[in-house]
Design a protein around this ligand. Sequence first.
Ligand code: PLP
Length: 621
Amino acid sequence: MNSEEFRKRGREMVDYIADYMDTIENRRVTPAIEPGYLKDLVPLEAPQKGEDWDDIMKDVENKIMPGVTHWQHPRFHAYFPSGNSYPSILGDMLSDGIGCIGFSWAASPACTELETIVLDWLGKMVGLPEEFLSFSENSKGGGVIQGSASECVLVSLLAARAHMIRQLKKQHPFVEEGLLLSKMMAYCSKEAHSCVEKAAMMAFVKLRILEPDENQSLRGSTLQQVMEEDRAMGLIPFYVETTLGTTSCCSFDNLAEIGPVCEEYGVWLHVDGAYAGNSFICPELRAPMKGIEYASSFNFNPNKFMLTNFDCSLMWVKDRFRLTQALVVDPLYLQHSYSEKSIDYRHWGIPLSRRFRALKLWFVIRSFGVEGLQKYIREHCRLAQRFEVHVRKDSRFEVASPVHLGLVCFRLRGSNQINQKLLSSINASGKLHMVPASLNDKYVIRFCVCAQNATDADIDHAWDVISQFATDMQDIINDEIVDNKEATKDEKEEAEKEAEENAEEVFAMLDRKNKKSLRYKRSFFVRMVSDPKIYNPKIVRSLPSSGPRRHTTSETTTDENNVCVNSPTIDHEIITELMQTTNLEKALKDEDNKLKFLTKTTSDLSERIKMYGRREGEIKH
Ligand code: PLP
């Protein structure tokens, strides 16, 4: 393709994208295909010779689009929004055209400098303290663009880990890092995103997952209590992850309480505002940021709630040296003569190579202006409140948690199973797409305002679909059970109760009906494409609440179907016991002792795990 043809095809592509956006409503929101659909349509060997552009584009429409879930569709209400806007697309296009790799200032100065400037713009826009900004006086802080919130969490954890090990090494210069690491504890709420567990797993650190309060907010007193317990056992708290705007229900951890506890214990406090952080550009939505001055690092994703295309996750640190000390490697071929005077972002994250991502953000902020972006966020909040009014007006439903920003968690009053069925039927129809969450052991449906230009009519339409499905489902249940018109009120109530109890059978019958149609296949697909942690209510992050709730130290793994399950959860008592038996110094003095020690702790642990498995009936291995 030469530049002449690129001009022609480029214009066609812009038209294709604009047509796609303008007519997206005519498509199903989720695809009606089965796993493996594409390998029957696309050859399994690459073509030896270049193909005609028109043929490629025909295949886009005929083969690719049928398998796309349309995240920009006005009927898409799952997860959180996937940021998108024309200025952002054009910014990314230019970045691809320039094609530079900005790992250091010298590798492409504008790429680095624009990133620093735009991060300062945004830091000011959300009201971050000056210490987080690059250009404030005597600042040691600064911002960087990472690929995702998961990366921000991992990088902050690595920085905190390295910092604590350095501190401990000063006190215990002859103790091995591995041994120090084995005593270090990280903390987060049960409501934190699964990326925190993943980061802890990758960084090989113990993570204690804490119970939030009834509003799904982690409180300072909970944290203080467990840190005290841990310290008393000889463990070393070093990292706390908090969330402003949790994935399940957009709840906010109590930073104002947690911050001083972290300060007292000298631990790194990370604040993940992946979705909600964007809303802090509206001063009236900033209340949850109270206490942000205690944070060591903070992140949010304009690629969720600020009209900017993936990938664009912003991270600020108060002390950039603490971050880079964990990540610096400096081979000769990457060094340059300005490194003392400039930022090399390769030291701020995991990859070496970095795209010119600041361009799209710069385009977005300049095109919309701060006011335009505030208007967009406020409009999503207003639309969520409109949806909430619909739910509250219908006595069959309840709002499951306080409504924050563009997210409403709601449910049918009734069993988890009924709600599960309602959601899977709606998703299978392709008319709307939503995902569930588990709140206080209840299955709830998340309705998120996602489309950039969502309107009142879109919200009303979504509610019509939901309430019609609920009516249809209720009709089927009633048809099955309450056929007798002569029945008294008591008999009917009794029959309804029975219907709930017999729901299993009714649903099995519904499934049999559905299996005959494509709808079943679609629902299977929708289950497949969704994040199993969010979608599958059976996947819980803590032990089932039989008996008093305990704080747990957990690890996540996957079963043979690649579904996340809680691996044997090591509870508090076990840790205490292990710590008591762990007289390492003594044990390590001679080989015999070492062997005994290892055998004992391993067999104790596996006995406990087996016991748990039998008791809870959910441990897979
Ligand atoms: N943190 C929160 C609160 C989230 O809601 C999400 C995703 O929805 C993440 C982290 C992970 O985001 P990413 O996909 O950018 O890693």
